[in-house]
Design a protein around this ligand. Structure first.
Ligand SMILES: NC(=O)c1ccc[n+]([C@@H]2O[C@H](COP(=O)([O-])OP(=O)(O)OC[C@H]3O[C@@H](n4cnc5c(N)ncnc54)[C@H](OP(=O)(O)O)[C@@H]3O)[C@@H](O)[C@H]2O)c1
Length: 290
C-alpha cells in the first residue's frame, strides 16, 4: 500500500505517518513536489507522479481567529482545495481520508449533550464553516471517503501553523510566572494526536468508510484542562477561570462541542482512553524528549 499524506509535517501528520503500514509519501507545501491545497493545480502531481492507493489529508487552514478576516484564504484551503482533492480521488477511484473538526457544531448554544455523527452541524465561525464545507464536499464528491472529526488536538510536535499547542503554551506561561486566565464555559474533549492516529489506523485496517468522530473520551472545559496540566506536571500556576465574555476573540467558539463516538462503537472500535490518561501519557512523552 502506498499512502500520500498532505500536512505530513503538522502535529497529527507527524504522529500518523510512522504508523501507516506501507510506503508513505509525506507531502508539504515546501517539499518537492510542493503540494498546496490553495493551488489546486499542484494536486494533480500527486496522481501523475506518486500513484497513491490512499490519500490522507491532515492539512488545513487552522487559524480560527484569523479566518474571520480571511474567509477567502480559509475556504481556498479547507473547501475548494479539498474539493479538488476529492474530485481527483474519485476520478482515480482512491480512498480519501479527511480530518474535520468539532467546530462544525455550536449554533445550538443551549445543547449540553455530545454531538453524534447524525446530528445536523451548525458552525459559529468562518473556520468551522469552511471545514464543514470541506467535509460536505468530500462526502458529496468522493464515494470512497473516511471523514474523521476530531477536537482540541495536542501532540509532541505542536501545531505546525500555530507553533506549539495548548499544553505547551500553558506550561511556558506558568514557568514565566505569568497569570493565566482560561475560559471555563467552553467544553470539549482535548485529544492526543497519538490516540487519534491509532484510531485512524484501526479504521483503515477495518476498511471502514463514512463519517466518524475520533477523540479521546470524556470532556472538560479549557480551564479544567489547564488545571489538570498543572496538577499532573506538578507545576504551580496562577490560574483563574474566566467566562468567554471576558476573553473576547475575533471568532466565536462553541460553548459545548463534545463529540459522541457512537459511530466507532457501532463498528466495534473502542473509544480512545479518557482525556486525562492521554494527557498524562503526553506529559511523560514530552519529558522523555527533554
Ligand atoms: N489543532 C486542533 O486543535 C484541531 C481540532 C480539530 C480538528 N483539527 C483538524 O485536524 C487536522 C490536523 O490538524 P493539526 O492540528 O495537525 O494541524 P497543524 O499541526 O496546524 O498542521 C497543519 C498542516 O497543514 C499544512 N497546510 C496548511 N495550509 C496548507 C495548504 N494550503 N496546502 C497544503 N498544506 C497546508 C501545514 O503545512 P506547513 O507546514 O507547510 O504550514 C501543516 O503541516 C486538520 O484538518 C484540522 O482542521 C485540528
Amino acid at each position: 500500500m502506498r499512502y500520500a499524506v498532505l500536512g505530513a509535517a503538522g502535529q497529527l501528520g507527524r504522529d500518523l505517518c510512522p504508523r501507516l503500514p506501507g510506503d508513505v509519501v509525506q507531502l508539504s507545501r515546501t517539499g518537492s513536489p510542493a503540494i498546496d491545497l490553495a493551488r489546486p493545480e499542484s494536486l494533480r502531481l500527486l496522481f501523475d507522479d506518486m500513484r497513491p492507493d490512499v490519500v490522507i489529508n491532515c492539512a488545513a487552514y487552522n487559524f480560527v481567529d484569523r479566518a474571520e478576516s480571511e474567509p477567502q484564504e480559509a475556504f481556498a484551503v479547507n473547501a475548494w482545495g479539498v474539493r479538488e482533492l476529492a474530485r481527483l480521488c474519485r476520478d482515480h477511484d482512491r480512498l480519501l481520508v479527511h480530518f474535520s473538526t468539532d467546530y462544525v457544531f455550536g449554533l445550538d448554544s443551549a445543547r449540553r449533550q455530545p454531538w453524534t455523527e447524525s446530528d445536523a452541524p451548525g458552525p459559529v465561525s468562518v473556520y468551522g464553516t469552511s471545514k464543514l464545507a470541506g467535509e460536505y464536499l468530500v462526502r458529496a464528491t468522493c464515494p470512497r471517503h473516511l471523514v474523521l472529526r476530531t477536537c482540541g488536538l495536542y501532540g509532541v510536535w505542536g501545531s505546525g501553523g500555530k507553533g506549539g499547542n495548548f499544553v505547551e503554551t500553558m506550561l511556558r506561561m506558568a514557568s514565566q510566572g505569568k497569570p493565566l486566565r482560561v475560559v471555563d464555559d467552553q467544553t470539549c474533549t482535548p485529544s492526543y494526536t497519538v490516540d487519534v492516529a491509532e484510531t485512524t489506523l484501526t479504521l483503515l485496517k477495518a476498511e471502514r468508510t463514512g463519517l466518524y468522530h475520533v477523540t479521546n473520551s470524556g470532556s472538560c472545559t479549557w480551564h479544567e484542562f489547564a488545571r489538570t496540566i498543572f496538577e499532573l506536571s506538578d507545576t504551580y500556576a496562577n490560574l483563574t477561570p474566566v467566562p468567554s465574555r471576558e476573553y473576547p476573540t475575533p471568532a466565536r467558539r462553541p460553548a459545548y462541542s463534545v463529540l459522541d463516538r457512537a459511530g466507532l462503537q457501532a463498528v466495534g472500535i473502542p473509544s480512545a482512553r479518557p482525556w486525562r490518561e492521554a494527557l498524562a501519557a503526553y506529559l511523560r512523552e514530552r519529558q522523555k524528549r527533554t
